[in-house]
Design a protein around this ligand. Structure first.
Ligand code: ATP
Ligand code: FE2
Length: 327
């Protein structure tokens, strides 16, 4: 069985093709980079609308198959930016309708977990999902992926991107901040906000920008922001693992590409006698292959959707989805 998945929750339009053994035959990733400033949902959606047809063709070529060989269409139903979600949804519905094949709308956050499980070999992890718009600690329990802790304000990646923009580092600042942080050595005092299992990042952002006004080195600011924010993430992840008795930790989301975050979470897992798993870079980012794979898992467990069930859901929560594909 061949599944084509379309991702379009935020700045990335992705088209992936996988088979029923989780072999990834194509994974076209097309990211919108705003010419200046932050991400405007409608501009990103316009980008997705411009490229989606061509990216579908590219994916089919990359996979060495024809559209007629595709058996199932899957797309990111949410959570995400409304205009972007609608483009992915419309493309998916059009394909499903014109090819006469079934369609499944999936939860983007769960797709990150399932592609991680399938490609890294972990079996029952606690997921630290750290991306631009999302920051959650998720684990499976009793037929749901449950959220054990999450950000109360912005996602960690959005905080890094906003910081980068205000420091003049350009958009998509995570990698630039990581590089700068390597040359930082002074740990500046920043608000460490963990409340119960939840965290928040906006205090760090405000305080970091105040250090810039005081003339502190960008390297030290970047270093301190990473150390503080990643410690918060590591602490909450560790507590979730202890609470539910899991030894595996899986990283997901764009920020999981950060070497320092990997180091901190990896050390924590090792100290607990557990293990950290990190998916390949292309699967940490938003991508279509993960959407295709979750679509397959849902479909093969009996989930069916009519076109009328595929309305996009901007605030689609991870724990709303009955996990029918795990025993
Ligand atoms: P989602 O829709 O799941 O919220 P997203 O649209 O933010 O995801 P991703 O590709 O998962 O997309 O993540 C992008 C984020 O990852 C950006 O905020 C970017 O700055 C951040 N990022 C990328 N590489 C790194 C890195 N090396 N260190 C820290 N952050 C990074
Ligand atoms: Fe994502």
């Amino acid at each position: 069985m061949l599944i084509l998945g379309i991702e379009g929750t935020a700045h990335t339009l992705g088209v992936g093709i996988v088979d029923s053994e989780a072999n990834v035959l194509a994974n076209v990733i097309d990211m919108f980079r705003p010419p200046q400033g932050g991400l405007h949902p409608r501009e990103a959606a316009n980008h997705h609308a411009d490229v989606v047809a061509n990216d579908i063709v590219k994916a089919v070529e990359q996979a060495g198959v024809s559209l007629k060989d595709i058996d199932l269409i899957s797309f990111s139903m949410g959570p995400g930016l409304g205009p972007c979600l609608k483009v992915a949804g419309t493309a998916a519905r059009a394909l499903s309708y014109s090819l006469g094949i079934p369609i499944v709308g999936v939860n983007h956050c769960i797709a990150h977990i399932e592609i991680g499980n399938a490609t890294t070999g972990c079996t029952d992890p606690c997921l630290l999902y750290a991306s631009g718009g999302n920051t959650q600690i998720i684990a499976y329990s009793d037929q749901r992926y449950r959220i054990f802790g999450e950000t109360q304000d912005v996602g960690i990646g959005n905080m890094l991107d906003k910081l980068g923009r205000d420091l003049g580092l350009g958009f998509y600042a995570g990698p630039t901040i990581e590089k700068l942080a390597q040359d930082g050595d002074k740990l500046l005092d920043l608000p460490y906000s963990v409340k119960g299992m939840d965290i928040s990042f906006s205090g760090i952002l405000t305080a970091a920008l105040a250090y810039k006004e005081k003339g502190c080195r960008l390297e030290d600011i970047a270093y301190s922001v990473q150390e503080t924010a990643f410690s918060m993430l590591t602490e909450v992840t560790e507590r979730a693992m202890a609470h539910i008795g899991k030894t595996e930790v899986l990283l997901g989301g764009g920020v999981a590409q950060n070497g320092r975050l990997r180091e901190m979470v990896g050390e924590m897992a090792k100290e607990r006698g557990g293990k950290m798993f990190v998916p390949e870079r292309q699967f940490c980012r938003d991508n279509g292959a993960m959407i295709a794979w979750l679509g397959y898992r849902m479909y093969s467990s009996g989930v069916r959707m009519d076109i009328s069930d595929t309305e996009v859901r901007q605030r689609f929560r991870t724990d709303e989805v009955p996990v029918t594909w795990r025993s």
